[in-house]
Write a new protein. Structure first.
Lengths: 117, 117
DNA sequence: AGGACTGTTTGACACTCATCGAACAATCAG
DNA sequence: CTGATTGTTCGATGAGTGTCAAACAGTCCT
């Protein structure tokens, strides 16, 4: 129902977050579906290791249009948060929200992602 | 690579297993993809609770053709085992195999399935 | 042999998805 | 203002998906 509005603090340039589902709206099927793709799984794995990253910093062998698509799927399924800063987009894993909604799920998936490699 | 061939013991009627991927061939993306569907998620949840069940015993509000399709997806992704006995098909979760390949993943998903309900 | 029962396969349909190039939008540096 | 940079959106395309009814295939029972 709700749309998150996290305060990112005062910045010189305009900064805000892209729309994303509230914690209570996350569904398991949506999350699983979003993660049923190699590229998105790789993005999530990287985000866990590196923390916040700029969208363009991912080299997945895909066009920027396709990359943008994957980031949108991840955000709309509630897995990631996207912060806008200038022309750049910074993506983070919503680890806390996911843990609150589905305790232990993300850690298990991240662990499996290692075993999968 | 390998195709599992679990021994189901001597029976009066012919009994065998449908083909399924070997443990080492399971991929995280395939598993996640198979679980990115409400009907299949419900099947998996039920299998965990009830143990082995006959395919026809599931009432998901779907035609038998569609049900058959979902069981096929689950089997081919390595999540379930299907045992043939007469005209019936008995399905089980490959909990041991999944645990060996992706430790902790299935329990976390099953737990999340409860939180999702 | 003939039915009854369980499940698969086939063919069809509408819909979704991953992918790309190209056009567009917004911001920043000169 | 002009470019350059970063990403999104649009339109297209080919592949895949969930769904069903109908036909088919085994197996069991009488």
């Amino acid at each position: 129902m709700s749309v998150k509005q996290s305060y990112t603090g005062p910045v010189t340039t305009q900064a805000s977050d892209l729309e994303q589902p509230g914690v209570e709206d996350l569904t398991l099927a949506d999350v699983m579906h979003a993660l049923g793709d190699r590229a998105r799984l790789e993005i999530v794995r990287s985000l866990h290791v590196d923390g916040e990253r700029q969208c363009g910093s991912f080299d997945l062998g895909l066009s920027k249009a396709t990359r943008s698509h994957h980031f949108k799927v991840l955000r709309e399924s509630g897995i990631t948060n996207t912060r806008i800063e200038g022309t750049a987009r910074f993506v983070t894993l919503r680890e806390g929200d996911l843990e609150a909604r589905f305790p232990g799920l993300l850690p298990a998936i991240l662990n499996a992602a290692v075993a999968d490699a």
